[in-house]
Write a protein that binds this ligand. Structure first.
Ligand code: GUN
Length: 282
């Protein structure tokens, strides 16, 4: 078997075309959805992600503002900025790019953002809503994965979903979203014993470990759906956590890196921002 490749990039472009129309309609009603992205410091990977988010926002017609602060910014200064953005009625979505410098506690910042503007879906109030199966902002990468699976008409009910990775950004929330879809979810992580025993039982394998080439054909069963969330730079080249050419021989569907999950993450951020704007004005 050679897997069908699911190009998130293509789906992202389709969804963004639809969003462009939606934003146009909102503007005709005087609603100008606005996203503010805050970045602290000079980390090249973070800067590159943020540039991508801004470019995509502008392309679908969102108002987009980038606030760049120095590496030495204090926690208090950042919290004051967030409070200003919370109060600003022209701002619908606030995203503070993570990770933050050591002097700033990520969780404190996440909790300072008004949950109704938390387009990352990281605030405990939104995480709690997701856990209890309520409608809310879902974290962008997990949500993007869910939309990709649905658009590819891959059924989730009763499927064995194995997730490698347990971060708050990806591993945990993607498990929750798929549990909400009635999948049977197993979380694996760095302390998991006999990883291969788990991965071979997967109907759907989601790899978010940050370890280039961790998974190959011998770790998976025939017909599995493989979602590669890895974003690793190896010798200057972007590569995933899955050995693509090897795994695609056995999988039924597989996502590439690049052009796989990444573009969907940004697309769901745009979706959440539009949703935030619509919610306020409804
Ligand atoms: N850093 C890496 N991914 C993300 C993300 O989705 N949101 C934020 N805020 N920071 C990130």
């Amino acid at each position: 078997m050679s897997a069908e490749v699911i190009y998130g990039k293509q789906l992202a472009e389709e969804l963004r075309e639809e969003m462009k129309e939606e934003v146009k309609g909102l503007k005709e009603h005087g609603i100008y959805p606005k996203l503010v992205v805050v970045i602290i410091g000079e980390d090249p990977a973070s800067k590159s992600y943020v540039r991508g988010k801004q470019r995509a926002s502008e392309k679908v017609g969102l108002d987009s503002e980038l606030i760049e602060l120095p590496e030495t910014t204090s926690e208090q200064e950042l919290l004051e900025l967030i409070e200003r953005l919370n109060q600003d009625e022209t701002v619908h979505g606030i995203l503070v790019q993570l990770p933050l410098p050591n002097q700033i506690a990520d969780q404190k910042v996440i909790e300072a953002i008004d949950p109704s503007k938390d387009v990352d879906g990281f605030h405990p109030s939104n995480v709690g809503k997701m856990m209890t199966g309520q409608e809310t902002f879902y974290p962008c990468t997990p949500y993007g994965i869910l939309v990709m699976l649905k658009r590819a008409e891959i059924s989730l009910e009763g499927k064995n979903v194995v997730i490698i990775g347990r971060s708050n950004l990806v591993g945990k929330p993607v498990g929750q979203l798929l549990l909400n879809e009635n999948a049977t979810v197993t979380h694996c992580h760095s302390r998991t014993k006999n990883l291969q025993e788990h991965t071979r039982k997967a109907d759907i394998l989601i790899v978010a470990a940050g370890k280039p080439g961790l998974i190959s054909a011998e770790d998976i069963s025939e017909g599995v759906v493989v979602i590669d969330v890895g974003v690793n730079r190896v010798e200057g080249k972007l590569t995933g956590d899955v050995q693509f050419e090897s795994a695609r021989q056995k999988a039924s569907y597989i996502t590439p890196v690049p052009k796989g999950v990444g573009p969907m993450t940004i697309t769901m951020l745009l979706h959440n921002t539009i949703k935030a704007a619509k919610r306020i004005h409804n």
